[in-house]
Design a protein around this ligand. Structure first.
Ligand code: SF4
Length: 728
């Protein structure tokens, strides 16, 4: 089995990494100064920085920093790409580059374009690029266009771009969260009437139990680990539900705490390793254990919950044998966890894409919510549901209306205040737009950041889809694979300032519904970089006739925020944030009383049927996952420190499966799914037999195009796969 180079996650390895990165970008002090600037962390949605200064969370705790944030910062401090780079590297060559190579290439600092038949990108002027994109948008049928946003962008740019798209006449507006937490949003809306976290950061400090399901915050949201360790230090219990035994969820050395840095801290008490895709069975087994122990908060479910009787009857009618067979867990494991749930007084439930990336992703989240509801742990201090969101402003994009349909109150205001009615044709979500593109029904696509190509299942199909679009326009801070594989017949990459390089302030929203103000002001690489807001305004000036929404005045970010405040629910305080610097909690989303945003004010518990996902003889349950050295589709290094992997072309499996199949570590094997085969090498990890794991996004070439029907979130997990040893 590969041995991690470290005995616990975090620790001196992370500290050493900081110094290495510092040297790469011209000195540790230079990097530190930039990290401490008054800007929101550019990486995950846990949220750090803003007006309290970088590396500070909303509770004022310092230093809150992690390797992920350093990687993103160092990436933005790279040297500019030159025209010689684009002359030397053809499109054909760039198509062979990995995510890591694209990320490390440098910062694009002038617009480049590619036309069908060209061998290389060529430098173009901003006017030429924007004129062409605007002309192609004008000529296209509105329903044959789409606008895609990524969580890197600011609220200001996102609000303007979705307003531009609606004023132009399409509702094909969507963002990267459709491929990660849309299932959470749909599930939470179903249960509570609102789609985001029900708790704030301080609630984590009051809980005496946490369940972390389908998430690996030690790699992806490292500062969250401190909160888990603190729960344990207070005498509480942390239960992890994850098919893979992750080093960082067992033991972590917190660099900002001397004792933990030296000796490490335990992160979890109970570690459940169910089969991939068996979360509903796991949650139901836990709920059955809670019911058996008389642990349901009867007063709470009577007074504050609808539909509880049906949920309880369904769980009572399902045998432990069925639930254990499906989950792969033992009765004693369930008993131990259920007893901990019943013994605790305040619990928080955290999850990520281990729950959402399934065809039954919405029901996975509902099943977890049912468990929280049983204990009366939604709508009370120190309790609640927390989807662990990915990119730093992904939640802000949703709030800004970067989605096909606006919330009713938002849509009404857009019409009343700016004369922009809802589109006559309902908008398509991300996957439906990809399908439309593949069918040749999309003429123009505009990407406000992101890597839509890399985040799709079935890479071959995704490239075909995007390459069938006539015109693609990408607004980016760095290069990625999508800029090459996801190019339309005319393709332009427009370079923009990173968040902390903006010349005016911008805002971002954390996964705790907290809005931060980023000052910008850091040095940008020399070149023709523009603010995202300027780019949207320049496109609007070319595309739209003068109308009630005053795009011509919107290059001023305070003006954008006043426009937002007039229409975006809960964003009134943003109007003056440029002057007041007062960051704020969005009202109406977090609940410390059991009065929810449903018509009755009650939570809606719902029955979750066991999915029909059952691999047959010789088949495995395959999931894709990310490494310690990557963030979303961006790979910063091939090594996965915490899993002991030094390469990414691996299929991770149980040693027992290897023995059964006669496969030894690092033997070549083929992973075969319904859409293709991929040659990799075997690596043994602690995962239940019958389950496999491969790295995203590379493994997307064997991920079929199956989506959760309700949320449209693709099933990057629960994939049926076979293993074929490669002989000779
Ligand atoms: S945990 Fe997330 S928000 Fe905090 S420093 Fe790391 S990447 Fe930034």
């Amino acid at each position: 089995m590969p041995k991690p180079r470290v005995s616990a996650a975090g620790g001196f390895a992370a500290v050493g990494y900081t110094f290495r990165k510092g040297r790469e970008v011209g000195g540790v002090f230079k990097l530190y100064k930039r990290m401490r600037s008054k800007n929101a962390c550019k990486t995950c949605a846990l949220g750090m920085g803003g007006q309290r200064g970088g590396m500070v969370n909303e509770a004022g705790s310092f230093p809150e920093v992690c390797k992920k944030s350093l990687q993103a910062q160092a990436g933005d401090m790279q040297s500019p790409l030159t025209e010689a780079f684009f002359r030397e590297h053809s499109i054909a060559e760039l198509e062979t580059w990995s995510s890591l190579q694209m990320e490390a290439a440098g910062r694009p600092v002038f617009p480049v374009a590619w036309r069908e038949g060209d061998t290389h990108f060529k430098r173009v002027s901003w006017d030429e690029a924007l004129d062409r994109v605007a002309a192609d948008l004008r000529a296209a049928a509105r329903e044959q266009t789409f606008f895609y946003g990524s969580g890197r962008s600011s609220n200001e740019a996102a609000f303007l771009m979705q307003t531009l798209a609606r004023a132009y006449g399409t509702a094909n507006i969507h963002n990267c969260s459709f491929y990660c937490h849309q299932a959470s949003g749909v599930a939470l809306s179903r249960v509570l009437g609102t789609g985001t976290s029900t708790l704030v950061l301080e609630d984590l400090d009051k809980a005496d139990l946490a369940i972390v399901a389908g998430a690996n915050p030690s790699s992806n949201h490292p500062r969250l680990i401190t909160k888990l360790v603190e729960i344990k230090e207070r005498g509480g219990t942390v239960i992890v539900i994850n098919p893979v035994k992750e080093l960082g969820l067992v033991r972590f050395k917190i660099p900002s705490r001397p004792r933990s840095l030296l000796f490490g801290s335990d992160v979890s008490d109970i570690y459940l390793q169910p089969n991939v895709g068996a979360d509903i069975a796991t949650c139901k087994a836990l709920l059955k254990g809670v019911i058996e122990r008389d642990g349901v908060d009867r007063t709470y479910v009577r007074d504050h919950v609808e539909g509880w009787d049906a949920v309880e009857a369904d769980v009572r009618a399902t045998s432990f044998e069925t639930l254990l067979a499906e989950s792969g867990l033992t009765r004693s494991e369930i008993d131990r966890a259920a007893a901990a749930l019943v013994a605790a007084r305040r619990g928080v439930f955290l999850w990520a894409m281990g729950l959402t990336h399934h065809e039954h992703g919405v029901n996975n989240v509902v099943a977890l919510a049912n468990l929280a509801i049983a204990r009366g742990w939604v709508g009370r201090p120190g309790c609640g549901l927390l989807p662990i969101r990915g990119h730093s402003n992904v939640q802000g994009l949703g709030s800004m209306g970067f989605a096909p349909a606006l919330k009713e109150a938002f849509a009404k205001k857009m019409e009343e205040v700016y004369g922009i009615p809802p589109a006559s044709t309902p908008g398509l979500d991300t996957f439906r737009c990809m399908e439309a593109a593949h069918a040749g029904r999309i003429r123009v696509a505009v990407f406000l950041g992101g890597n839509l190509f890399g985040s799709n299942p079935d890479r071959t199909w995704a490239a075909e889809a995007l390459q069938r679009i006539d015109t693609t326009c990408v607004i980016a801070t760095k290069l990625n694979e999508g800029h090459v594989h996801g190019r339309g017949r005319y393709h332009v990459v427009l370079p923009v300032l990173a968040r902390d390089e903006e010349t005016q302030s911008t805002t971002q929203e954390s996964m705790f519904n907290f809005v931060r103000l980023s000052d910008g002001g850091e040095a940008a690489p020399a070149g023709e970089l523009r603010s995202e807001v300027d780019v949207v305004c320049a496109l609007a000036a070319r595309l739209l006739p003068p109308g009630p929404f005053p795009f011509s005045t919107m290059t001023n970010h305070d003006a954008v925020r006043r426009a937002m405040a007039a229409v975006v629910p809960g964003f009134g305080p943003i109007a003056e944030i440029g002057a007041t610097k007062a960051e704020f909690q969005i009202p109406g989303r977090t609940f410390h009383e059991p009065a929810f945003a449903t018509p009755s004010g009650k939570a809606r518990a719902q029955v979750t049927p066991l999915p029909r996902f059952k691999p047959g003889p010789g088949e495995f349950r395959l999931m894709t996952l990310r490494s310690e050295g990557q963030f979303n589709t961006v790979v910063y290094e091939d090594e996965d420190l915490y899993r002991g992997m030094t390469r990414r072309d691996v299929v991770m499996m149980a040693e027992a499966d290897g023995e059964r199949l006669g496969v030894r570590e690092y033997d070549p094997v083929e992973v075969v799914t319904e859409i293709g085969r991929m040659r990799v090498v075997a690596a043994f990890i602690d995962i239940p037999p019958g389950n496999l794991a491969m790295y995203y996004p590379e493994a997307n070439r064997v991920v079929p195009r199956r989506v959760d029907p309700e949320s449209g979130t693709p099933a990057f997990k629960s994939i049926v796969a076979r293993l074929a040893p490669v002989r000779g």
